[in-house]
Design a protein around this ligand. Structure first.
Ligand code: B12
Length: 227
């Protein structure tokens, strides 16, 4: 059963589903990669969609590390172990050699000043699996390098992943620079925990995606559209 709230469809999930997700969250938080992979695969084999595993377990698990990432209490080892478990789960969910790219070229980066790349790497894996050609410009990437890559690779989409609000002024520079460099048709999409709370107007981008699945639906609904 599903309830539609604005553009989102909120699944009404069973207590059993919640229990299984909570178990996956727990083993992710323990940094236990092998058990996290086993729990995730058991959910997948039981018919749970990847989108739910990512939104209901991976994102909340990382979110619970919030307190471990402040100046007062910074636990790098713990964060890295959870990150490794998350990476293992994503590899297990998307194991196949990626298909030959059949869709548009996307350049992707976290901008200069932002070293968070776990979410960006998930976006890369999933969009690659869906047939997009991804050019990953990495983390801490200057806006100029991102736009240079878009020109060089003839990209039609630029995806920016942002986890830290201080990069917002740089995000706002991407569209004007792309237009000045002749990329009149490129679509610029922002995502990631810090950016998805802002509007497309505030970020000066074409679309703000709630998730990687959201941007794929958006691109499928707006194929090659002018921004
Ligand atoms: C892990 C982590 C780190 C790791 C990063 C490891 C890595 N390789 O990525 C380390 C330890 C290095 C780190 C460092 C810092 N961090 Co940190 N970190 C986190 C933490 C705990 C989790 C982030 C994460 O990986 N989430 C999981 C992923 C899967 O989620 P996601 O990125 O949102 O991605 C999903 C979607 O959003 C989407 N998505 C992501 N990008 C995109 C892009 C597009 C286009 C689309 C469509 C979708 C999409 O797909 C993903 C899968 O669904 C958060 C806490 C939190 N609540 O988020 C803090 C957090 C982001 N960090 C924070 C801070 C302050 C820092 C530091 C400054 C800490 C310090 N005191 O020095 C430093 C350095 C930051 C810098 N200069 O970049 C703050 C940011 C505050 C803010 N809003 O500005 C947070 C929110 C913690 C906090 N509450 O203070 N951090």
């Amino acid at each position: 059963m599903a309830t539609i709230v604005n553009k989102y469809v909120i699944e009404q999930v069973s207590p059993m589903h919640n229990q299984n997700m909570n178990r996956l969250i727990d083993v992710l938080l323990e940094g236990d990669q092998a058990r996290a992979v086993a729990e995730a695969m058991s959910l997948k084999n039981g018919g749970v969609e990847d989108e739910r595993i990512i939104a209901d377990a991976i994102e909340p698990a990382m979110g619970r590390l919030d307190a471990k990432c402040t100046l007062e209490q910074f636990n790098l080892l713990e964060i890295m172990l959870v990150g490794r478990a998350v990476t293992g789960v994503i590899r297990a969910l998307y194991p196949d050699a990626p298909p030959a790219p059949s869709r548009e070229t996307v350049v992707l980066a976290s901008l200069e000043g932002d070293v968070h790349d776990l979410g960006k790497n998930i976006v890369r894996t999933i969009m690659t699996a869906k047939g997009y050609r991804i050019v990953d410009c990495g983390k801490n990437c200057p806006v100029e390098n991102l736009v240079d890559a878009a020109v060089r690779e003839e990209a039609s989409i630029i995806c920016i992943s942002g986890l830290i609000t201080s990069v917002i002024p740089s995000v706002r520079e991407v569209v004007p620079l792309a237009r000045r460099r002749g990329l009149t048709m490129v679509r610029v999409v922002a995502g990631g925990a810090a950016l998805k709370q802002a509007s497309a107007d505030t970020l000066n981008v074409d679309y703000v995606a709630d998730s990687v699945f959201d941007v794929i639906r958006y691109l499928e609904d707006h194929p090659g559209e002018l921004s």
